[in-house]
Ligand binder design. Structure first.
Ligand code: NAD
Ligand code: UGA
Length: 324
């Protein structure tokens, strides 16, 4: 067996590489990443801890790389992309079309040549729903992204479905709902909130803090990726991966206060452009097709991220701070 992970130095990709290596002792894993400058390389290097003679890491840009390393792949887990809702406006947008749409199309096209391929798993996003028409949102509900980022994630997801329909490529799109846990990107809320607490600064909240998310732990996301290959859902399947509990940003801060066991000040600012008021997905289809349900509750999950960031406090912290 040979697994390919794109975006292997990123938050989710690096964790997935580790899981594949430990769970499948007879498999080889190829990871590729070009260390885009969305956040500092030093942080990605800290996450990229996998080391095994069964693991090959390639540093290259998937938009131009020779893709012959895909040959013989059993499954491709496509995590590479330009993430983040709030930065996707203005001049930055070209990075989103390139890294999310063009790159995915290039990989899908190359995958047609791989006759060993059993799954092409695409990291889609809850952002494709925008302000959803109902909760829990189901996969059949109308996608209406509220950010340019969401538009590019939806376009790539639709491309995956087209390649399934026209060429029977075994694609599965997993719609991740705000992922958190050890290794989380430094632009994301929990990472910024916990760093602020650890450094005695006030937490910056965009809007009134009453926006709701179904935050999903990275270890649950990793498990679902592996199941998306193992369970062989029909080509073109699109599946929500939603964390199981609707929690507001203010409620999250309350949990961080308890873990930190000290007062934390909060500074409420303007609502961020493109920010949806609420996400919450039905996981019925994930249960049916993947036998997956979220297993890590928000307190346990937040504690895991708090402990990771406490341990990292010195390493790479300055870089993260400059970027945030
Ligand atoms: P991340 O930025 O930590 O990881 C993405 C990685 O892809 C980075 O290391 C980057 O260097 C790499 N990459 C980007 N373009 C590349 C290219 N052309 N060639 C090679 N490598 C390239 O982000 P993440 O949070 O781990 O997200 C992974 C995927 O999941 C993304 O596609 C994102 O849109 C999607 N997603 C993430 C979340 C979340 O909450 N983190 C939610 C929904 C969807
Ligand atoms: C996240 C990821 O960043 C996207 O890549 C992903 O596609 C998306 O989830 C998804 O689920 O599809 P987001 O929900 O904005 O996007 O995640 P966070 O950055 O963790 O923000 C959560 C909430 O906290 C948002 O309402 C945001 O505005 C707020 N926030 C964030 C703050 O109040 N302050 C901050 O400093 C950062």
């Amino acid at each position: 067996m040979k697994f390919v992970v794109t975006g292997a130095a990123g938050f989710i990709g690096s964790r997935l590489v580790e899981s594949l290596l430990s769970e499948f002792s007879d498999a080889s894993v190829v990871g590729i990443d070009c260390f885009t400058d969305y956040y500092p390389r030093s942080i990605k290097e800290q996450n990229r801890t996998a080391s095994s003679e069964r693991y090959l890491f390639i540093e290259d840009d998937l938009l131009s790389a020779d893709l012959s390393f895909l040959q013989g792949a059993t499954a491709i887990f496509h995590q590479a992309g330009q993430p983040g809702v709030r930065k996707s406006w203005g001049q930055e947008f070209v990075e989103y079309t390139r890294q999310n749409i063009d790159l995915t199309q290039r990989l899908l096209e190359a995958s047609l040549e791989i006759d060993t391929l059993e799954a092409f798993v695409y990291a889609s996003s809850s952002s494709i729903y925008g302000d959803a028409e109902r909760f829990p949102t189901t996969e059949d509900d109308l996608p209406a992204p509220k950010s340019p980022y969401g538009v590019t994630k939806l376009a790539a997801e639709q491309l995956a479905s087209l390649y399934a329909k026209n060429f029977s490529l075994p694609t599965v799109s997993l719609r991740y709902f705000t992922v958190y846990g050890p290794g989380q990107r430094p632009d994301m809320a929990f990472n910024k909130f916990i760093r602020s607490a650890l450094e005695g600064r006030s937490i910056e909240v965009y809007g009134d803090g009453e926006q709701i998310r179904e935050f999903t732990h990275v270890d649950d996301i990793v498990k679902a990726n592996i199941l998306a290959w193992r369970k062989r859902p029909a080509p073109g399947s699109v599946i929500n991966l939603s964390g199981g509990a609707s929690v507001s940003v203010n409620e999250v801060i309350e949990v961080i206060r308890q873990i930190h066991a000290a007062p934390i000040a909060v500074d409420y600012q303007e609502t961020a452009l493109g920010d949806v008021r609420r996400t919450g997905g039905s996981t019925d289809l994930a249960a049916q097709l993947l036998e997956w349900k979220p297993s890590i509750d928000i307190e346990t999950g937040l504690r895991s991220e708090y402990e990771w960031l406490s341990a990292q406090k010195t390493l790479g912290q300055a870089d993260a701070e400059e970027w945030a």
